[in-house]
Design a protein around this ligand. Structure first.
Ligand code: 1QQ
Length: 375
């Protein structure tokens, strides 16, 4: 009898979202349920990015659901950092009519494969870590809450140059990844605009383990500073090998370096890395301290930038869902696009008219094995 009653109640509540199996809590009239698809880099060389992102999402999910206004289900798929796998994961998610919107994938390389199709299908998609040039421009349904390299890198470079007085720079970047290529383009343009002398430009590929040839050339040009655009695995090894060769100058890195994995892999060799980020984990701001504590209690480690951005992203989605009033793809899209002055963990957040980020960025450096504020 009870289950029949529940069924009647559910059908009476809404014709929309009856697919929330696993939800045993009582339904109230106002409660909106929604299913979000997540595509994340969970296995392979850059899996720490995806691990942080999904942990940030899950922490936010449990808080949001506990709060009771909306109920969010996350369906998480692994992309392994591969564009093709990300695409098939997204097709699986999109073919489910009850998927309201998508979060991810992790890498810009993957995102450029997935987002055009989501856009074509009228499914909102938001990157929480995708910082290459041109992401929100993919289409009307495409958003991100990660700071674009075009904004982050010049901020980091200006501060680094101002403080070190560097005039001559060497550059190194991965030329087989959308983000590392885009970060390099921004670094080069910024260096030219700042009147810096570019001594040499070196390239590498994903998974490379020996940078001796590139670093020898860089060392011989005697730069004041190195500009590096890399994901954490390659970036950390580059720094490690550079220090072992006696290259002591600071590095300015792109978003790939915003992972504690750089310190984990390179150890002391990571000291002297300068990078821009909206996240400062050592902050004594109440909301940051609380987030650190909750995250550490849940996952046994400190959160990083990627966890923080994903955490905010789900709150931004939940906020849009509330304003949409129901789990409808069109209403959700409209509500999300109107996100303005959202107060998140990372501060005040709005979308601009194309779905790109409007928020502040900080510059941090690695010193004594920690990301500290770069004054
Ligand atoms: C991108 C990035 C990466 C560092 C995400 C993990 O910024 O691919 O756009």
């Amino acid at each position: 009898f009870f289950s029949v009653l529940m069924l009647l109640l559910l059908t009476a509540c809404s014709g929309e979202s009856t697919g929330n199996e696993g939800s045993t809590t009582e339904q109230t009239d106002e409660k909106i349920s929604a299913k979000f698809g997540v595509i994340s880099y969970l296995t392979g060389a850059g899996a720490a990015y995806g691990e942080a992102i999904t942990q940030g999402l899950k922490l936010a999910q449990s808080e949001i659901n506990e709060n009771g206004e909306v109920n969010i289900e996350l369906v998480i798929e692994d992309s392994a950092g591969e564009a093709e796998q990300a695409l098939s994961a997204s097709q699986k998610l999109m073919s489910d009519d009850s998927t309201l919107a998508i979060i991810g994938p992790t890498l810009s390389t993957e995102f450029f494969a997935v987002a055009p199709e989501a856009d074509l299908n009228g499914i909102t998609i938001m990157g929480t870590s995708t910082t290459a040039e041109g992401i929100p421009e993919i289409g009307d349904y495409v958003f991100r809450n990660a700071i674009p390299e075009a904004l982050a890198i010049p901020t980091a470079m200006e501060k680094a140059i101002e403080r070190t007085g560097a005039k001559k720079v060497a550059m190194i970047y991965g030329n087989d990844d959308v983000l590392t290529q885009s970060g390099f383009d921004t670094m080069k343009k910024t260096a030219e605009e700042m009147g810096l002398e570019i001594l040499t430009i070196e390239t590498f590929q994903k998974g490379q383990s020996d940078y001796n040839a590139q670093l020898t050339k860089i060392k011989n040009t005697n730069p004041d500073l190195i500009l590096a655009s890399a994901l954490y695995n390659e970036g950390a090894v580059i720094m490690d090998q550079a220090r072992k060769m006696g290259i002591e100058v600071p590095f300015v890195g792109g978003n790939g370096f915003n992972s504690p994995q750089v310190i984990e892999i390179a150890g002391d060799a990571a000291n002297g890395l300068i990078v821009a980020t909206p996240w400062f984990g050592e902050s004594d701001e109440q909301k940051v301290v609380e987030f650190n504590e909750k995250y550490e209690a849940a996952y046994g480690k400190r959160p990083d930038q990627f966890a923080a951005q994903a955490y905010d992203a789900l709150y931004i989605y939940a906020d849009a869902l509330k304003r949409a009033g129901e789990a409808d793809r069109e209403l959700f899209h409209e509500a999300l696009a109107e996100t303005k002055d959202f107060e998140g963990l990372l501060g005040n957040f709005s979308f601009d008219e194309i779905g790109d980020v409007v928020m502040d960025v900080k510059v941090v450096e690695i010193k004594d094995g920690k990301f500290i504020e770069f004054e």
